[in-house]
Design a binder for this molecule. Structure first.
Ligand code: ZN
Length: 434
C-alpha cells in the first residue's frame, strides 16, 4: 500500500513545484510615519556617558537617525522626552516567564507548577509576566527552561508575530539534564518530572536532546551541569559534546551550575555562560575571565518576602569577587514567584539590592543590565544599542541612572520595535494590536 501512496505524493509535490512559478514581486508597502523622540539626555551605557538634547528618528520599527543636529521631517509624530533621560531597554539574562510559584498554593516549591498547571495555562501566564517585564523597561530576556512543553517558544513566537507586547525572548526550550533533572524523586513516582526536563545521560541522548530542542524552537541550549550531591555532574567530555552539537546548530550552551566543581568543568568545556554558580571560587572565576565565559549569577537579594541572610551574603561576596577579577556579570534574576502586590517586573528590579550591596558603581550596573545582556543574548547587531539601523527599543526615566541606579525603578516610557508601549508612566499598548 505504501508505494502507490508515495507515488501519488510525489506527483502532488511535482505539481506543486511546477505551480510555484516566481510571481512578480508585490510593491513594497509605503514607509510608515516617522516618530521623533526628543531626549533631554541620551545615555550610552557601553561608554558610561550621556549626551544632552538628542533627537532619535524611528521609522518602521528601526532607528533611522540619532544626534544633536537631526532635523525632524514634516509630518513626524514628536515624542517629547526633553525632561527625561532616554536609554536602551533593560535585560534580565535569566528568567522563567512560564513558571510562577504561588505562595498560598505551592509552599515555595517551584515544581508544583509541573503537576498543577498545563502548558497552555503556563503560556498565558508567561504572556502576563512578559507584559509586566516590558512595563518595567525590560525589552529583552533570556528565558531558560522550566516552561512546560515549550511554552517559552510559544511566547517568543507570539511576541514576534505581534499578537502580544513583550520583550524579545531568547528561549531555551526544555532543560537537558542527567537522570532526575532538578527533582528528588521517589522510585514509586519515577518520571514525575518529565517532560519538564529532557533526560540525557549517554552521548546519543545528549545529541538527540540538543536536536530536539533546536527543532522545537530553542535559541539557546540549557544544560543542567549539576544540581546537588545526589546528581553526578556531567563530565568535561560530555559538556564538550553539548557545545559541539549546539555550535553545529548555531546555538550557544548555558550551564546551570551548583558546585564549584561543576563550574570549573563548565568553564573547561567552554560553555558560553555559567548560570548561578553561587559557590564558584576565585580560581574558577579567573578561568571564566580568561576564557571569556559569561557569568549569569542570578544574585539573590534579601527582601522581606524572599532570600536569606546567608544566601544574600554569599551572593554579594561572589558578585563582588567577579567584579574585582573582571568576569563579565549579567544582570539576571531567576525570579519565578508571585509576590502579592508586586508585578514580576518589580520583583526583578529588586535585584538591584544585591548589585548595590556589592559596591558596583551605577554605570557598571547599567552596563550589566544593557550592553552585557545584549551580548550574552547575541542580539547586539540587531537590537539593544540606540544606533542607526537597529530595532527601536528604548526607555526613559527621570534623573540620571549613571549616578543613581534606582532611577530605573520608575520607567516612565517604553518603546519596543518602534511602538510606544508606555508613555507618561502609563501603559498604553494599543499600537501592538493593529
Ligand atoms: Zn533558573
Amino acid at each position: 500500500m505504501k508505494k502507490p501512496v508515495l507515488a501519488v505524493l510525489a506527483l502532488v509535490v511535482c505539481a506543486l513545484s511546477v505551480a510555484a512559478q516566481p510571481r512578480p514581486a508585490a510593491p513594497p508597502p509605503p514607509p510608515g510615519r516617522v516618530l521623533a523622540v526628543k531626549a533631554g539626555r541620551l545615555v550610552d551605557p557601553d561608554a558610561g556617558t550621556a549626551a544632552s538634547n538628542q533627537t532619535i528618528l524611528v521609522q518602521d520599527g528601526r532607528i533611522t537617525a540619532v544626534g544633536g543636529n537631526v532635523s525632524i521631517p514634516p509630518g513626524a509624530e514628536v515624542l517629547d522626552l526633553s525632561r527625561s533621560t532616554v536609554l536602551p531597554g533593560l535585560v534580565d539574562a535569566h528568567t522563567h516567564l512560564a513558571l510562577t510559584i504561588i505562595p498560598e498554593r505551592d509552599a515555595g516549591k517551584w515544581f508544583y507548577s509541573m503537576v498543577n498547571d498545563s502548558t497552555p495555562y503556563r503560556a498565558v501566564e508567561a504572556a502576563g509576566n512578559a507584559f509586566t517585564m516590558l512595563q518595567s523597561g525590560f525589552t529583552l530576556v533570556r528565558d531558560l527552561g522550566n516552561n512546560g512543553m515549550y511554552a517559552d517558544t510559544a511566547l517568543r513566537q507570539a511576541i514576534e508575530a505581534g499578537w502580544i507586547p513583550g520583550p524579545t525572548v531568547i528561549n531555551a526550550g526544555i532543560i537537558i539534564g542527567g537522570y532526575g533533572g532538578q527533582m528528588h524523586e521517589t522510585p514509586e513516582r519515577e518520571g514525575l518530572l518529565y517532560p519538564e526536563y529532557i533526560h540525557a545521560d549517554s552521548n546519543a541522548e545528549i545529541i538527540e536532546a540538543v536536536h530536539r530542542n533546536v527543532h522545537y524552537g530553542a535559541k539557546v541550549i540549557k544544560v543542567l551541569v549539576d544540581e546537588s550531591a545526589d546528581h553526578a555532574p556531567y563530565t568535561v567530555d560530555q559538556l564538550k559534546l553539548f557545545v559541539a552539537e549546539a555550535v553545529n546548530a548555531g546555538r550557544k550552551v548555558a550551564g546551570h551550575v551548583h558546585s564549584d566543581q561543576a563550574a570549573r568543568r563548565a568553564a573547561e568545556a567552554g560553555l558560553w555562560s555559567i548560570e548561578h554558580g553561587g559557590t564558584s571560587s576565585d580560581e574558577t572565576l579567573q578561568l571564566m575571565k580568561t576564557k571569556g565565559i559569561w557569568r549569569v549569577g542570578t544574585d539573590v537579594p534579601l527582601t522581606a518576602y524572599h532570600g536569606t541572610q546567608r544566601g544574600f551574603d554569599r551572593a554579594v561576596d561572589r558578585l563582588k569577587a567577579a567584579y574585582r577579577i573582571g568576569v563579565r556579570s549579567c544582570f539576571s534574576t531567576d525570579v519565578d514567584y508571585y509576590i502579592p502586590g508586586m508585578t514580576r517586573g518589580e520583583a526583578v528590579m529588586n535585584f538591584l539590592i544585591t548589585w548595590k550591596a556589592a559596591g558596583i558603581p551605577a554605570k557598571d550596573i547599567l552596563k550589566a543590565m544593557t550592553t552585557y545582556g545584549y551580548q550574552v543574548s547575541e542580539v547586539e547587531k540587531e537590537r539593544g544599542p540606540i544606533k542607526v539601523g537597529l530595532a527601536a527599543d528604548m526607555i526613559a526615566v527621570d534623573g540620571d541612572p549613571l549616578s543613581d541606579i534606582d532611577t530605573l525603578r520608575k520607567v516612565t516610557f517604553v518603546m519596543k520595535d518602534g511602538k510606544v508601549f508606555k508613555k507618561d508612566n502609563v501603559v498604553a499598548p494599543a499600537a501592538f494590536y493593529k
